[in-house]
Unconditional design. Structure first.
Length: 375
């Protein structure tokens, strides 16, 4: 029954949900433009709710399945923020229970049989994961559930080859909550072969497009794309490599070159994922590395983004993700001042420890590409 204490994103969830529950397309309206209109009155978009928004001048960036969950929560909430929060939390708890069941159901290799419970509990009982997902209402929990469901289908391919369409649907549902699972498509194509991989990708992207259909309009592409573009070329928080390159940019040009660095780092991530796809063994390890690369090159890394890494790290026995999860709550120090101001010493400490642990695990211990996947 608690209200999230370390995140105000839930205000936007409820705002979008009330629009949808009232029959309005949440992708078409800026909160700042409709606050004092008949639309806001009909959808019960109050001044108090508006004041809680952290991005009232931006169009929503939440994909369609997320929007449907928001709509259900707002509809059942009947104007109550607390009831809507409870409904949203029940979705997240259900997803977390489902993720744990899937993780426990993997047919583990013999060398991991004795420790499989401990591996699952590394994720299940991680205080950071509990706080960020269940406590602060972040839907990476639902995305992770669908990603694990997709993995479960892929790992059954040897005995049940017809499973890959189900896996593709699951990945598409995950991408309809958060777009980030689409980064795994090149890795999956490499694993199952080009022909099956193309079909898999078409199904995954098709699921996302089908769920977008009820919201489809010319303005949708413009508004959604504009907000995504602003995210990659304006927002900055808790970055690592980007901050170093930004300082070089200041030294060379005298101003922030994020509009150049954002696209360049995104392209670098795509190239890196492409290289990982050529390493044909151990899909879980590839997925962990791809997501790690994405976050290390990102301009914005909010704490809850890393929760999926904690799950993949547990499954692959890579523990730098645990170190990262222990350090990320320190980033909330930035919000002690208004407007918020990042403590770059804290950020430096965080990434020195993360890079140190990561370097030890991947460069000193090495990557065993022949290590079997969970079958």
């Amino acid at each position: 029954m608690a209200t999230p204490a370390l995140s105000d994103d839930y205000f936007r969830f409820i705002w979008d949900g009330r629009l949808l529950a009232s029959g309005y397309n949440p992708y078409l309206y800026l909160p700042s433009e409709i606050l004092h209109t008949s639309i806001a009155k009909e959808a019960n978009l109050t001044q108090a709710l508006y004041e809680g928004l952290n991005s009232p001048h931006y169009f929503t960036v939440y994909p369609p399945l997320n929007q449907l969950i928001f709509g259900v929560a707002a509809g059942l909430g009947q104007g109550s923020v607390l009831i809507s929060i409870l409904v949203l939390r029940l979705f997240i708890i259900a997803a977390e229970v489902g993720s744990l069941c899937i993780m426990a159901s993997f047919r583990w290799p013999k060398y991991l049989q004795k420790s499989r419970r401990e591996i699952v509990l590394v994720y299940a009982l991680n205080p950071f994961v509990i706080m960020e997902l269940v406590g602060n209402l972040h839907f990476e929990a639902v995305t992770l559930f669908f990603v694990l469901l997709a993995l479960r289908g892929l790992m059954s391919l040897s005995k049940m080859p017809f499973q890959y369409p189900k896996s593709a649907v699951a990945l598409g549902l995950g991408a309809s909550v958060k777009l980030i699972p689409l980064i795994f498509l090149p890795l999956i194509v490499s694993r199952i072969g080009l022909l099956k991989g193309v079909k898999y990708s078409m199904i995954t992207i098709g699921v996302v497009l089908v769920l977008f259909m009820p919201f489809m309009s010319e303005a949708l592409f413009h508004n959604f794309g504009k907000s995504l573009d602003l995210y990659f070329q304006k927002f900055e928080f808790n970055a690592s490599i980007y901050y170093l390159l930004r300082e070089v940019g200041f030294w060379l040009t005298g101003y922030n070159i994020i509009q150049v660095l954002g696209p360049v780092l995104s392209l670098t991530t795509l190239v890196g994922v492409g290289w990982l796809a050529l390493q044909r063994q151990n899909l879980l390890e590839q997925m962990l590395l791809a997501l790690t690369l994405y976050f290390l090159l990102a301009t914005t890394v909010h704490p809850w983004y890393i929760t999926t890494l904690v799950a993949l790290g547990a499954l692959t026995q890579r523990w730098y993700t645990l170190v990262w999860s222990a350090l990320l709550p320190l980033t909330y120090v930035a919000y002690l001042s208004q407007p918020y101001q990042e403590n770059l010493r804290m950020v430096t400490l965080e990434y020195l420890l993360v890079f140190g642990c990561l370097s030890y695990e991947f460069f000193l211990k090495g990557i065993d590409w022949e290590k079997p996947n969970l079958p």
